[in-house]
Design a protein around this ligand. Sequence first.
Ligand code: SF4
Length: 425
Amino acid sequence: MKHQDLAIKFYKEKGKKHDKALWAIRQKRDKAIKGVKEWEILRREASEIKDYVIENLKELIDEFIKNAKNEGVEVYFAKDAKEHNEIVLKLLKEINAKKIVKSKSMLTEECSLNEFLEKNEINVIDTDLGERIVQLRGEKPSHIVLPAIHTTKEDVAKILNETNTDPTYLTRKMRALLRKEFLSADAGISGANFLVANKGYAVVCTNEGNADLGAILPPLHIISVGIEKIIPNMKDLGLFLRMLARNATGQAITTYSTIFGKKDNGKRIIILVDNGRFERLNTKFKETLKCIRCSACLTTCPVFRRSGGHSYRYIIPGPIGSLLAPLKDKNEYNDLPFACTLCGSCEMVCPVKIPFSKQLREMRKYVTNENIMVKIAEKSMHSATMFKLFSKIIRLTPKPILEKTLNQWSQYRALPAIPKERFIK
Ligand code: SF4
């Protein structure tokens, strides 16, 4: 099913509640930002730092690798998802790992790591509360910061076989279950929000402390992270930490913001993953590499709020997902750039100033340039003879055939009757 059908289905079932919950978060975010008078200056600086990063990515990666190794951390580089998963498997096999605790990492979702490890008989326990809920429900996250925002407390009670639907009770029950898993895991895997190039540090931000338990309790901690997460130095880290949580959930800072270097009670390994990012640097969409995954563009989007994350069918939904998904598979996700009213709300809240309106319009061209009708129409606009010929063909083509050719456009709209004669004689 394409986005529109899934969106309509979701809206009928849960759309109003979902919209209300996310709008409350957007309002909390606005309030937090009003408390920082220099917010727009911070946005400009954050955007400039990220521009610098994408222009100097190769050099910053080299600097990070050198400093992380000096710090006592092993570093691997994976060119794609397959290579990443194989490195993780090799590292886990070396210690005969049977169970790992994983904290939230969109990168491991991107690489389908859970499925890969389960196939290789390694038990993966997601430890972020929302991630664990969707894992037990056999689903994917529907939001990059609030993975289970589409579920209700009744849904959570059901997966825990509970009749008590009190959220505090359910959270405590889940915490007790997860604590046992942390204590018996062979390794922990997490993502990272930032990699500080001039120190070789990885920075992980969570509200539950689950990444910290997974990093500290088991003897091996693997950090799987996309190369675009690099920032030049600690001063820049300060700026991004001020912005990330405020823009995501309206908090002053995430509850746990941990800087990881060498692991004192075991081994820490960082896997830097490319998986198409270097290639993206040479496209019109390189600015998507500036994203810090704060999720504000999802939370504010009127389409996302009403249609839910699963309607996008890609691991990263919402406006940023509508740019990233077609870069992964142009045909499969060619509907997503159109799941947008071009209202510009995402552009207004993005802390690194990704120019969404421009990028989404570009993406629409990118996914539709195969459409024969668009190609012919474009050509005909450049020549009066071609235009006359094209108009004639349109007038002579039976309406059902035209509707079929226009495909997505006409699926939800009635094609107006084509005039029998030309307007200009
Ligand atoms: S695109 Fe901007 S607003 Fe959206 S998640 Fe990334 S940083 Fe946040």
